[in-house]
Design a protein around this ligand. Structure first.
Ligand code: ADP
Ligand code: MG
Length: 457
């Protein structure tokens, strides 16, 4: 079974919505999980990042929502705010055809008072991080008495982050009779134990990630540890990727690689676990909107992030864990598109390469280090304006677009993605016009108010 229609459970409006979204066939995890989920059964599923797990549980829980009842019927728990935002966005896309459905995210980093106000009318679906949800339960600003579906997304990561006590407390506030769905990219022992504790006779699904590997072209280069930065720069110059993530095993490497690329004027940003939430948000927005072509990241910082259309992944160092390698390279091949994954291996990483070869059951594609390559820095096409005042100030994308094409005098084609966060709006504009647009914008007004904006550098 491959088409959504064959499920015989989704309404025609949803089928045409899926068609508009370009979801023409089910991904393997969707095909395996949806029949049981739609039948109301508990499911635990392991499938790699990018395999479409969100729609697998999303289509299920949306089918059970009665939008006329103003209570919370579904709860999705996620490890981080970025992941919760991504899940909520995907659910909104999947729910486009349901009138008056309310989907709310509850995560740290947003003032409690704002969230309390938006809870005056209960949301049908809440997407939350465990800690913040627990705060709301304690203050009785959220009530789970009518909960039908509970989803734990990225369960392995929530486990790593020590969220399971909080999750137990959340569950103590939920009805015993409910559907519980558990999704994870990896499946450590401890997750089985949790599943046994909180699920009822679950269907277990395991989608072997190795099967899907061939869509990614892999290149391996042997290079001394000291020669890696130079080779990295040359390969970036050779391939000119529009977007590339460079994975490092440590924060220290992450910083060093970032500094080196930045010093040679490459368009680059870094993402690692020590950053403030706000800097992380900004980095992700800027990378996704084309203001930076290279993102240097650690695994922890980047896991589960849905960065669309990544052309290239570079492993600055092989991971010790073949699973992690598979996750890294899988990011260039979202939903069937092909990508290129390059690994730079120092002689000391030979053992890791052997393990990888064995686990992937394929011959690693070792290539000679190319000679005669020049370094030509990658330049981004866009730059990001950060405007004070976001969703909370009731700012809309149309207001910003209006100001930029009106007073500021930009052409529509000069303007890229507009993303609204609670306190800020991020607008991508062409590099060539960014500085002048920024100046003019500050002399103008949006919704009758003077504008405070920064050009992110
Ligand atoms: P996961 O949670 O498994 O990491 P996501 O749910 O974030 O993966 O999905 C990855 C990407 O695949 C998203 O961009 C999503 O829009 C897309 N996607 C999901 N299901 C389908 C489908 N059936 N057809 C095409 N694209 C899909
Ligand atoms: Mg996911």
């Amino acid at each position: 079974m491959t088409s959504f229609a064959e499920l015989n459970a989704l309404p025609a409006e949803q089928l045409s919505n899926l068609n508009e979204l370009g979801y023409l066939t089910m991904t393997p995890v969707q095909a395996a999980a949806l029949p049981a989920i739609l039948a109301g059964k508990d499911v635990r599923a392991q499938a790699k990042t990018g395999s479409g797990k969100t729609a697998a549980f999303g289509l299920g829980l949306l089918q059970r929502i009665d939008a006329k009842q103003f209570n919370t019927q579904s709860l999705v728990l996620c490890p981080t705010r970025e992941l919760a935002d991504q899940v909520a966005n995907e659910l909104r896309r999947l729910a486009r055809y349901i009138p008056n459905i309310k989907i709310l995210t509850l995560c740290g980093g947003v003032p409690f008072s704002i969230q309390r106000d938006s809870l005056n009318h209960a949301a049908h679906i809440i997407v939350a991080t465990p800690g913040r949800l627990l705060d709301h339960l304690k203050r009785q600003t959220v009530n789970l008495d009518a909960l039908q579906t509970l989803v734990l997304d990225e369960a392995d990561r929530m486990l790593d982050m020590g969220f399971f006590d909080a999750i137990d407390e959340v569950i103590a506030n939920a009805p015993a009779e409910r559907q519980t769905l558990l999704f994870s990219a990896t499946w450590p022992e401890a997750i089985t134990a949790i599943s046994q504790r909180i699920q009822h006779d679950p269907l277990t699904i395991e989608i072997n990630s190795v099967d899907e590997l061939p869509a990614v072209e892999q290149q391996f280069y042997e290079v001394s540890r000291n020669g890696k930065i130079d080779l990295l720069q040359k390969l970036l110059s050779r391939d000119q990727p529009a977007s590339c993530v460079v994975f490092c095993n440590t924060k220290k490497d992450c910083q060093e690689v970032f500094d080196a690329l930045n010093d040679s004027h490459q368009s680059v940003l870094a993402l690692h676990g020590d950053m403030e939430q706000r800097d992380r948000d900004q980095t992700l927005v800027r990378f996704a909107n084309g203001s930076s072509r290279v993102l240097v990241a650690t695994d922890v910082a980047s896991r589960g992030l849905d960065i669309k259309a990544l052309e290239m992944v570079i492993n600055y160092e092989l991971s010790w864990d073949p699973e992690v390698h598979v996750h890294r390279i899988g990011r260039t091949a979202r939903a069937g598109e092909s990508g290129l994954a390059i690994s730079l291996c120092a002689p000391g990483e030979a053992q890791r390469a052997n393990v990888l070869e064995e686990m992937l059951n394929m011959k690693l594609n070792w290539l000679p280090v190319p000679t005669g390559l020049q370094i030509t820095p990658l330049e981004a096409t866009m730059a990001t304006l950060c405007i004070d005042g976001g969703k909370k100030a009731k700012m809309r994308a149309g207001d910003i677009l209006g100001a930029l094409t009106g007073d500021v005098g930009l052409d529509g084609a000069d303007i890229g993605k507009i993303v609204l966060h609670p306190m800020h709006a991020y607008v991508a504009v062409k590099q060539s016009v960014a500085a002048s647009a920024w100046k003019k914008l500050q002399q103008g007004k949006i919704k009758g108010k003077t504008v405070k904006a920064r050009l992110l550098k």
